[in-house]
Design a protein around this ligand. Structure first.
Ligand code: FAD
Length: 487
């Protein structure tokens, strides 16, 4: 082993950590289970004869208020790093709605009776949760308090229940705090007014969900991570794909050794000074030798993950729609979101062609998880034909991928279970667990990159920083320089 720092998982968090360390002359040793680095944010290359289609596995916009991260990526990608206008719609009750919302369109689509009901419900919710101080205990309470019941049910509650597969009344309010922080009927109305006023500073001071442009690399979000990979190899770091840890040995206060199985089937025992891990936290616990005590195992067993199924279609067609994404909150439609990679960057498709990406949220026990490509295609085509998107004859090829452990489920007792697991892991003084899977935290790329960068500071400076403040709404996340909060 050429390094004292072992990084498990080469997604955005692990790679950012390795990259920052290498800039300071420190080499790390990376072990990645997949054949390609980049984690959930990798970009796949699909070749059909001479034609090349590129796709993220669910397109990734980049947005952060942290200038350090923009500079970090711009250094890697130079002119490949581009600004893209955001065009998003929701399809609700048979009608398309622009997002961010346009008042006139909403009014036209839902009619005067429902519009008045939305306003009355909002006033009622402000009275109950604002004036009378009814506590917000669940995600459902949080959105009803901020939007009123009619509007909350119209889109947010439905879509959230589709993502998580559990009722909104059993989802932890952390999810709302993280995802719709700063968003309420009032901020949405202000945004509508801003759009109507041409000299307003679009984007200034908006909640992040309402931002109407974002950055996207010319050849897919995975380019960020490919460039980091190249840099690491040049810097002499070892990056092993198709490899994984098979045991993590410890003495209760430190990790003493990690057994790794490499792509050729060989296994080796490594003895790193520090282990940075972004493997799903529940899997990491299973690797520990000796195993954790029963109460920790029991807590971990209750941490649930939501999986995803993806259908990618290459099309003999110039364009389907102009949207980046379309969201489908209604539960009678089996998929949650579609997107067209070409609308992120024209270079994602050959000239004159396009592609279409369809996302399903699932538990591994759901029927969709065991369907094959043709079954999933049969399931979705009637919708796309009905909306005039494309016909079956225009589909060149279909590709199906399935991913476990994509979304950490924030149910009502996830935080207690997670605290039990973390208290145990925190005893291992040379372990840093980070990223979306490693911390069981719904992060976007920016948060995971930031965690990786902060983790590198921990190693370089030999001190601890609070990784949980990254991505939390009221801390330094998205505001300015990284690594402000030491603990
Ligand atoms: C459909 C979808 C759309 C998204 N859209 C956006 C978006 O628009 N904007 C945005 O900023 N973010 C988006 N995200 C979130 C973004 O993908 C994640 O925040 C980011 O990839 C998390 O990085 P990470 O390094 O923390 O974890 P991951 O990306 O999960 O990386 C973890 C790595 O560990 C590896 N690993 C797992 N188990 C093992 C093992 N046993 N041994 C070795 N290696 C292992 C995995 O293969 C992976 O490479 C989206 C995510 C999804 C799923």
């Amino acid at each position: 082993m050429t390094s004292e720092i072992l990084i498990l998982g080469a997604g955005p968090a692990g790679l950012a950590c390795a990259m920052e360390l290498s800039r300071k002359g420190r080499k790390s040793f990376l072990v990645e289970r997949d054949a390609q680095i980049g984690g959930l944010a990798k970009t796949l290359t699909i070749r059909e004869g001479e034609d090349v289609f590129l796709t993220d596995i669910g397109p990734h916009r980049f947005f952060s208020k942290n200038q350090y991260l923009y500079d970090f990526i711009e250094d890697l990608l130079q002119e490949e790093w581009r600004k893209v206008p955001r065009l998003t719609r929701q399809f609700i009750d048979g009608k398309f709605f622009d997002y961010p919302v346009k008042a006139l369109q909403v009014f036209k689509n839902i009619g005067p009776v429902k519009s008045v009901r939305i306003l009355l419900d909002y006033a009622m919710a402000r009275l109950r949760f604002g004036l009378l101080k009814k506590p917000m205990v669940t995600f459902e309470d949080y959105v009803v308090a901020n939007f009123g019941r009619t509007l909350a049910e119209f889109s947010m509650i439905n879509y959230t229940e589709k993502i998580w597969g559990i009722p909104a009344s059993t989802i932890h309010p952390d999810w709302a705090r993280q995802r719709i922080h700063g968003l309420n009927l009032w901020s949405v109305a202000l945004n509508i007014l801003r759009q109507a006023v041409p000299w307003s500073r679009r984007g200034a001071g908006k909640p992040k969900s309402l931002v109407d442009e974002f950055y996207y690399p010319q050849f897919g979000t995975g380019r960020i991570y490919e460039e980091i990979g190249k840099h690491l190899q040049k810097a002499g770091c070892e990056l092993h794909t198709d490899s994984e840890p098979i045991a993590v040995r410890h003495d209760g206060s430190r990790i003493t050794a990690v057994d790794v199985r490499f792509a050729d089937g060989a296994t080796k025992t490594l003895q790193p000074q520090t282990v940075v891990e972004s493997v799903p936290i529940t899997r990491f616990l299973e690797l520990l030798d000796p195993p954790p005590p029963p109460e920790v195992k029991q807590a971990a067993a209750g941490l649930k993950w939501r999986a995803q199924v993806y259908l990618f279609l290459t099309l003999d067609k110039e364009s389907v729609t102009k949207d980046n994404w379309i969201y489908f909150p209604n539960k009678d439609i089996p998929f949650g979101r579609t997107s067209e990679m070409k609308n992120f960057s024209a270079d994602m498709c050959p000239p004159g062609k396009t592609s279409f990406f369809v996302e399903f949220f699932a538990f591994e026990s759901d029927a969709i998880w065991s369907m094959d490509k043709d079954q999933v295609l049969d399931l979705v085509m009637p919708y796309f034909e009905q909306w005039g998107f494309f016909t079956r004859a225009e589909v060149r090829q279909a590709y199906l991928w399935k991913r476990p452990c994509v979304y950490p489920v924030y149910d009502m007792d996830y935080d207690k279970r997670l605290s039990t697991v973390r208290e145990y892991l925190d005893r291992l003084s040379n372990l840093i667990y980070l990223g979306r899977p490693g911390r069981f935290r719904y992060t976007n790329q920016d948060h995971s990159l930031e965690m990786g960068i902060v983790a590198s500071r921990m190693i370089l400076e030999g001190r601890k920083y609070d990784l949980d403040t990254i991505g939390s709404e009221n801390e330094y996340f998205e505001k300015g320089p990284i690594y402000e909060k030491r603990i």
